[in-house]
Design a protein around this ligand. Structure first.
Ligand code: NAP
Length: 276
């Protein structure tokens, strides 16, 4: 899907670097197919050294002959960067933004032509090629653009397309989600410490168990409740642990946490997009 494409990445920071590293490892693209841009001259050497791609400070130059332009600058820099490259873009180019809370409409309003735009919301495990990215299409994006965007983010994990009004849910669930799950891992590890295990062993037990449980859900495709039942022997110890979780309202707490984060994501979208 990506073979022969020329990619430009505006903003090779943490996420831009993770995406390029994933593409170089997992796709047909090589270092000659990708150009990056950064804000500070000192960052050029970092990018060259870590990724081996050409890097510039000139976003307009970068934009010229690229099939795909991926913008990975901070949300507050999106207005400036999109305006800077707007008159340079052609309808046969695809623009992808990963900026949190920045809608496709925000980007499209700043463009001078009907350019296909895709908005992506990846998460930090993308660095480990275990990312989860939610994607949605702008007004002029077609199925071919959908496939290209999917191919890019598949290189660093899994992808799912949703309607744009559901991107707050994606932000709250999979983008914020690692933070909730780190708290769960940390708490399980504390339990191990309380029971006399070393912190190192406890953290390994907790994190590998979460990894294994995730793989069971992903690969067996079984409902999590069914998998839970398979671990829960009648009159065994797991049911006692589950009863404590129910009493501590773990389920409703997690649901409320994600709903609250989605409300905040919506507020940030509204603030971001009202700053024209
Ligand atoms: N980190 C994540 O896991 C994650 C997850 C989902 C979405 N996102 C989104 O990804 C975007 C980037 O996040 P990040 O964590 O990668 O931030 P970051 O590490 O701060 O990277 C931002 C990069 O943008 C560059 N930059 C700033 N202004 C620029 C300009 N005018 N032209 C060209 N490059 C410019 C910076 O250059 P210098 O290096 O020279 O300063 C830096 O390399 C954000 O919009 C964020 O919402 C990130």
């Amino acid at each position: 899907m990506l073979k022969g494409k020329k990619l430009g990445v505006i903003g090779v920071g943490k996420l831009g670097e993770a995406l390029i590293a994933g593409l170089l490892k997992q796709s047909d693209l090589d270092v000659t197919d990708i150009i990056g841009s950064v804000h500070h001259e000192a960052s050029i050497d970092r990018v060259k050294e870590r990724l081996g791609i050409s890097t510039t400070l000139d976003n307009r130059e970068l934009t010229k002959d690229r099939d795909i332009i991926l913008i990975a600058v901070k949300p507050q820099n999106m207005d400036k960067v999109v305006r800077e490259i707007a008159d340079q873009l052609k309808p046969n180019q695809l623009l992808i933004s990963v900026a949190a809370s920045v809608t496709t409409a925000f980007v499209e309003e700043r463009l001078t032509q009907p350019i296909p735009v895709v908005r992506a919301m990846p998460n930090t495990p993308s660095v480990m090629n275990a990312g989860m990215t939610g994607l949605c299409l702008g007004t002029h994006a077609k199925s071919e653009h959908k496939e290209i965007a999917e191919a890019i983010f598949d290189c660093v994990g899994k992808t799912v397309f949703v309607d744009e009004n559901l991107m707050d849910g994606v932000t709250a669930l999979s983008a914020s989600g690692p933070a909730y799950l780190y708290v769960v891992i940390e708490s399980l590890a504390e339990a191990g410490v309380k029971l006399g295990l070393s912190r190192e062993v406890s953290t390994l037990l907790a994190s590998q168990t979460m990894y294994g449980a995730s793989r069971m859900v992903l690969e067996s495709k079984a409902h999590p409740a069914l998998l839970k039942d398979m671990v829960t022997t009648p009159a065994g110890c797991t049911i006692d642990g589950l009863m404590e979780l129910e009493e501590g309202k773990l389920r409703v707490t997690l649901i409320k946490a994600v709903v609250k984060a989605a409300e905040r994501a919506r507020e940030l979208v509204n603030n971001q997009n009202s700053s024209k």
